[in-house]
Each structure stands twice: as structure tokens, then as C-alpha cells.
Design a protein around this ligand. Structure first.
Ligand code: CAA
Length: 258
């Protein structure tokens, strides 16, 4: 039995699904929900039966941000000493691919959670924004950094300084979202993509994710050198032999996932 109260978890094949489940508060990220999402993601990251993690919310809201009710009375001392939101660094350190399936509101911390994932698929009903400015604060789960890297300074400033939201089509054309999918097919299509990814070699998926993320943390020359070394390292894996043999033998590869 699951010991989570604010999320639902389910594993099908090699795909783990985490569903945010605080419908009355539009999945607002209170401390309990945040801790459960991070704990579940870490536990699926350790689980050898899981290859890919999908995170979703409800039809109405992926997540409407950090929980304003919980934050309202906090002092500087409280949030500084508790180092609020630092635990998300553990989520960012998850090595397996994470896909966000976003319908409805992805605001504030909800938009930031989507951007913490490796791929974002959006329903045509999704909206994205960083409305913290309207509450007298700024984004706190990496929004000012990840949004700026995703869409550039001009558009990030527009969203973060005005607090306005954008729809799914705009989010896709700006580069926050990989694909826009009709709302009634969002989860099924996301899970199908997750299944496809989960059938690849797990160590190679991890290396590919690590290499792409290097692009945000290094110079081009360093990143390219890192990629080349990881490419070389893939030749130490049985899965490289299998993948290339399968191509030459005109069959599907059977990767070992370990
Ligand atoms: N925190 C706490 N409760 C929230 C919430 C939030 N972020 N967002 C919505 N809720 C609650 C509402 O208080 C309401 O609860 P009650 O029924 O008990 O009053 C319930 O969810 C439904 O919300 P609404 O009645 O407001 O629904 P709506 O359809 O009229 O509006 C909305 C939807 C536009 C998303 C609106 O709820 C809203 O603006 N929410 C806040 C969005 C926001 O400012 N997010 C940023 C939070 S700060 C942050 O995230 C900091 C960070 O970077 C980590």
C-alpha cells in the first residue's frame, strides 16, 4: 500500500506515474506534497524495474504554484533557516528521464516543476506563468533561471515581471513545451512516449540526459568534450553491441536495462 497522501503512484511496465492529488487546492505545492513528489521520484530512480517517470496533475491543474496559505505567515528567518525549496535539488538530481504531462494551470511552482522535468508535454488547455510578482515575491524553485534558459531573457522578463500566463501553443513555440496534445489524449500519448523511451538502454538514457544537461552548465568546448567521453564510454556497454548488431541484422534491439 502507498504511504503517500498527496500523490498517487502507479507503475505500468517500466513507466512510473506520479499524479499530484490535492484537487481542492488545484494541486498547490504544500510542503507535504513537495516532499512526497521528491521522495517518490528518488525511490523510482533507485528502482531497477523503472526506466522512465511521468508526472501529471488533474484536468484543471497541473499545479497552481506553491501553497500560498502555507507561505503567507512565514518570516524571512523561517524560510531562510529551513532553506525552503532546496529539496528540489534532489529532484533535479534524479538520473532517469522525467516527463511532465501538463493540463490546466502550471503556475509559479507548478511551471517550475514542469521545467524541472526533462520533457514537457502540454494539453491544449494548459497555461504557464510565473505570477509570484503579484504576491510580492519572485520565483523560488528555479523559475528565473530555467525559464530564462528555455525562452531567453526578453520573454522570461515579460512573464516574470508582469506575472501574466501563456497558453500551450505559445509555450510550445517559445520552447518550454515539446509537444501540444489534445487534452483528452494527453496522458495516453505521454505514457506511450514514456513506454518507447523506457525500452531504450537505461545506462544510455542516463548518459544522454546527463549530456544534454551539461549544455546548461558548461562552455560549448567543455560540453562537447564531455559528450565525446560519454559517447566513448557507451562502447563499454553490452547495449552498444546489441543496438548495433540489431541494426545490422535488421531486427529490433533487446536492451538489458541495467
Ligand atoms: N496556494 C494555495 N491554494 C491555492 C493556490 C495556491 N497556489 N492556488 C489555488 N488555490 C486554492 C484556492 O485558494 C481555492 O481554495 P478555496 O476553495 O479553499 O478558496 C482553490 O484552490 C480553487 O482556486 P480558485 O477558487 O482561485 O480557482 P479559480 O479557477 O478561480 O482560479 C487560479 C484558478 C487562477 C489558478 C487561482 O487559483 C490562482 O491565481 N492561484 C494562485 C496562482 C499563483 O499565484 N501561484 C504562484 C504561487 S507562489 C509560488 O509558486 C512561489 C514559487 O516560485 C515556488
Amino acid at each position: 500500500m502507498s504511504d503517500y497522501e498527496n500523490i498517487l503512484v502507479e507503475v505500468t511496465g517500466r513507466v512510473a506515474l506520479i499524479t499530484l492529488n490535492r484537487p481542492k487546492a488545484l494541486n498547490a505545492l504544500n510542503e507535504a506534497l513537495m516532499n512526497e513528489v521528491i521522495r517518490a521520484a528518488e525511490s523510482f530512480d533507485r528502482d531497477p524495474a523503472v526506466g522512465v517517470i511521468v508526472i501529471t496533475g488533474s484536468e484543471r491543474a497541473f499545479a497552481a504554484g506553491a501553497d500560498i496559505r502555507e507561505m503567507a505567515s512565514q518570516s524571512y528567518q523561517d524560510v531562510y533557516l529551513a532553506d525552503w525549496f532546496a529539496a528540489w535539488d534532489r529532484f533535479a538530481a534524479v538520473r532517469k528521464p522525467i516527463i511532465a504531462a501538463v493540463a490546466g494551470y502550471a503556475l509559479g511552482g507548478g511551471c517550475e516543476l514542469a521545467m524541472l522535468c526533462d520533457i514537457v508535454f502540454a494539453a491544449d488547455t494548459a497555461s504557464f506563468g510565473q505570477p509570484e510578482i503579484n504576491l510580492g515575491v519572485i520565483p523560488g524553485i528555479g523559475g528565473s533561471q530555467r525559464l530564462t534558459r528555455a525562452i531567453g531573457k526578453a520573454k522570461a522578463m515579460d512573464l516574470i515581471l508582469t506575472g501574466r500566463s501563456i497558453g500551450a501553443a505559445e509555450a510550445e513555440s517559445w520552447g518550454v513545451v515539446a509537444r501540444v496534445i489534445p487534452a483528452d489524449r494527453l496522458l495516453a500519448e505521454t505514457l506511450a512516449v514514456a513506454k518507447t523511451i523506457s525500452e531504450k538502454s537505461l545506462p544510455v538514457l542516463i548518459a544522454a540526459k546527463e549530456a544534454v544537461n551539461r549544455a546548461f552548465e558548461s562552455s560549448l568546448a567543455e560540453g562537447v568534450r564531455f559528450e565525446r567521453r560519454s559517447f566513448h564510454a557507451a562502447f563499454a556497454l553490452d547495449d552498444q553491441k546489441e543496438g548495433m548488431a540489431a541494426f545490422l541484422e535488421k531486427r529490433q534491439p533487446a536492451f538489458q536495462h541495467r
